[in-house]
Design a protein around this ligand. Structure first.
Ligand SMILES: Cc1ncc(C[n+]2csc(CCOP(=O)(O)OP(=O)(O)O)c2C)c(N)n1
Ligand code: SF4
Length: 502
């Protein structure tokens, strides 16, 4: 877009006294705002709102510093939630209070970018207190613009941590009382007590002179980031005429007369911080960190290529904590990976470590996995009765349920799916460890469905189980599960203690 295109010209009657008013907006703003058809030229902010001024200062600074193309603007939740409609930069809008965390990730992933975390006082100083303190304490190389208007604007004027003593709000209708709601929070001072921040200043949009100072502070913070310095924050005391119930001029006056005495304007921090370097963390291959030893590297022969008869194969494993439900899912996923499939494993469990319910979804696929959620599994492995009752109805007619028991509960209404009862816990018990019931089920799964090769499963067990005696139990459990399917299980008969389904 050429420069001239963004110049808005108002033609006045020409002639002797005629004149032309020309004003322009920064090229960092979009030409038109696509928010609403009839509001292409204006923002959604109320007349006299400080957000519009701060946007202008930021846009001009980004333009002057020549960093528009590498800027990422993180919008908060609050009145400025729509900042992405205005800034023609990289935009991310995040959950309430999380902007510094998202900005951290963005900056670390793209160290050459200029990352801005833009936040109101509710967003930064209430719900996002932890995020801002830790981002500042870590010295993240981001710039935070903290718009303090002493109130929650977007939601209609609730008390913010920055609300002044005696200031009325919808949640402090008689005025803020320190004895009840505490004192206004001084964010710039609070963060200045930390070691890492490089630059922290508080400015105000109370009059033109102070707006010029704010302009300088905004530039300085962004310039420092451009130079590679650490954490920078500008707190901006900002009018909110609408919620304060004042006209724009009175609101600015209120910033000067009421806010500045409580939040003094100051440069609280302006120093380069030398971060101690320390030993660099060890660099290890991802496969090693995830304990996925490529088969070729183990010195053991690669498993024979296995024919996969499916495009996508979904398994749900369910039971209670301690039955190795999640581990069974991991082993299946791991074996799938070793056979060159795309895989996913999605665990789900309650807060209890033991005896609570647990289940996991495993997807084996020849294509990239779209969703790790298995709503209609090809196989349900139900390790206990509650899991059978809970998930059986999700299993389609042409799919299979492997149930850990010698027969179905008498009052159970079997679904259309094939059900195979396998007393896996009893079998594992006989082999010397009830814990190996999940591996018995794995053997049954492989033998019944041939989704993966048993040799791959054995390979995975060898990689995972370090204790020789336990590995031997697992080897026998895997074989026992397969054998049960081949020689003892029956499908589709009555609910009898002979491994039968319906
Ligand atoms: C998790 C969550 N909690 C609460 C809200 C409701 N909420 C939306 S904006 C807001 C506060 C906005 O105030 P502030 O951050 O000061 O920004 P302003 O609107 O004044 O610019 C709140 C509490 C929400 N959207 N999400
Ligand atoms: S409510 Fe206040 S902060 Fe929100 S847009 Fe209006 S003036 Fe600005």
């Amino acid at each position: 877009m050429a420069n001239e295109d963004k110049v808005i010209t108002t033609e006045m009657p020409s002639g002797k006294d005629g004149y032309e008013v020309t004003h322009s907006k920064s090229h960092v703003f979009y030409d038109g705002y696509e928010r609403k058809g009839d509001l292409q030229k204006q923002t959604h902010y109320c007349p006299g709102c400080g957000h519009g001024v701060v946007h202008k200062l930021i846009a001009e600074a980004l333009e002057d510093l020549g960093v528009q193309d590498r800027t990422i603007f993180v919008s908060p939740v609050g009145c400025s939630v729509f900042a992405y409609y205005y800034f023609d930069v990289g935009n991310v809008q995040v959950a309430h209070g999380r902007a510094p965390a998202a900005a951290t990730a963005l900056k670390r992933a793209c160290p050459g970018s200029i990352v801005i975390s833009y936040q109101g006082d509710g967003d930064l100083a209430a719900i996002g207190t932890a995020e801002i303190i830790h981002a500042a304490n870590r010295g993240e190389k981001i710039t935070v613009f903290f718009v303090n208007n002493a109130i929650y604007g977007m939601t209609g004027g609730q008390m913010a941590p920055t609300t002044l003593v005696d200031q009325k709000s919808t949640t402090s209708p008689f005025g803020r009382r320190p004895v009840n709601e505490g004192f206004p929070m001084h964010v710039a001072e609070l963060l200045s007590s930390l070691e890492a921040p490089v630059y922290i200043e508080r400015v105000a949009l109370s009059d033109n002179k102070n707006i010029m100072k704010a302009r300088k502070a905004v530039r300085k913070a962004l310039e420092l980031q451009k130079e590679g310095a650490g954490f920078t924050l500008v707190e901006i005391l900002s009018p909110c005429p609408t919620i304060w119930g004042k006209d724009p001029t009175e609101a600015r006056k209120w910033v000067a007369e009421k806010m500045i005495p409580v939040f003094p304007l100051n440069v609280f921090r302006d120093r380069k911080v030398e971060m101690p370097v320390g030993n660099p963390p060890p660099v290890r291959p991802i496969a090693e960190v995830l304990e996925i030893t490529p088969v070729a590297d183990t010195g053991v022969a690669k498993p024979k290529p296995h024919h996969h008869h499916f495009k996508t194969f979904g398994v749900k494993v369910a039971g209670f904590g301690g039955q190795g439900v999640l581990l069974l899912g991991q082993l299946v996923a791991e074996a799938g990976m070793q056979e060159g499939l795309e895989v996913s494993w999605l665990p789900s469990y309650g807060p209890e470590m033991r005896s609570g319910s647990a289940h996991c979804h495993v997807c084996l696929s020849k294509q990239r996995v779209g969703s790790p959620l298995i709503s209609y599994p090809d196989v349900l492995i139900a390790m206990n009765e509650p899991s059978l009752r809970k998930f059986a109805a999700q299993v389609p007619a042409n799919a299979t349920i492997l149930y850990n028991a010698s027969h179905l509960p008498n009052d159970f209404q079997p679904p259309e799916a094939r059900i195979i009862c396998i007393p896996a816990s009893e079998i594992a018990d006989r082999l010397g460890s009830t814990k190996a019931a999940n591996i018995v089920m794995m053997g049954a799964l492989l033998e019944e469905t041939e989704c993966l090769a048993a040799s791959t499963a054995m390979q995975v067990l060898q990689d995972k189980v370090k204790k020789v005696s336990m590995l031997e139990v697992n080897r026998r459990a895997l074989a026992a599960g397969r054998q049960y399917i081949d020689h003892e299980a029956h499908v589709g008969a009555v609910s009898q203690p002979d491994g039968c389904g319906k």
